[in-house]
Design a protein around this ligand. Structure first.
Ligand code: GSH
Length: 219
């Protein structure tokens, strides 16, 4: 089996720690029990080598032997195709996972990310654009609340779609945006109680803490 190498930043500020998207990939790799190692690229200076793997100068990307893949959704799909632990092999089960995987990214995160960026920035202005964003997210969450009521996992069994959807909703929960959506909140709690998530999260936090430590040792 080819080596799996996940690349993330060497350091990020405190606020996004625990939410950097390499976590989605770590989580999937831990769920699947696939061995991997983590490499770092500078957060500050993004060189041509970085852009050759990730054309927006972002993280994460994954190399699987001589294949290099960017976009967390594409990476999770790639891993899902390697193991039933992340995506069922039968066409019906697979199509369920695919639709929810794209829904997480293209229907829910499309609304939740701009909303969360306002929250991160501390901007509390009540502009028409802001109200529009709040309403956009609310509409998506109302539908997710119905979709998740009485359902443990989106595709029947746990899959990469749940990794993406739970990670997307978890960021909303961080800013208390799920207060009126108990099924969404329970789903996030259920997903993030999984040992694979806990390990992935702890490893990401340790990765960035080690960078702080190295910085302190140098100064
Ligand atoms: N759609 C991309 C987004 C990747 C992304 O936003 N990465 C963030 C870290 S979570 C990043 O690299 N931010 C630095 C930047 O945009 O310059 C994915 O899901 O992989």
């Amino acid at each position: 089996m080819a080596d799996l190498v996940l690349t993330t930043f060497d350091w990020v500020p405190e606020a996004p720690r625990g939410y950097v998207r390499d976590l989605r990939v770590r989580w999937a790799l831990e769920e699947a029990g696939l061995p991997y190692r983590v490499e770092s690229v500078p957060f500050g200076e993004r060189n041509a080598g970085h852009f050759s793997h990730q054309p927006f100068g972002q993280v994460p990307w994954l190399t699987d032997g001589d294949i290099s893949i960017f976009e967390s959704g594409a990476i999770l799909l790639h891993l899902g195709e390697r193991t039933d632990a992340l995506m069922p092999a039968d066409p019906r089960g697979r199509s369920k996972v695919l639709e929810w995987l794209f829904a997480a990214l293209n229907s829910v995160e499309m609304a939740s990310l701009p909303w969360a960026l306002f929250k991160f920035s501390g901007d509390t202005s009540d502009t028409p654009g802001r109200k529009h964003l709040d309403a956009f997210l609310k509409a998506r969450l109302q539908h997710m609340e119905k979709a998740l009521a009485g359902r443990e996992w989106l595709g029947g069994t746990f899959s990469v779609a749940d990794i993406l959807m739970a990670d997307v909703l978890r960021l909303v929960d961080r800013f208390d945006g799920l207060a009126e959506y108990p099924a969404c909140r329970d789903y996030v709690a259920r997903a993030t109680a999984r040992p694979a998530f806990l390990k992935a999260h702890a490893d990401q936090m340790a990765h960035f803490a080690a960078a702080d430590e190295q910085q302190r040792a140098k100064s």
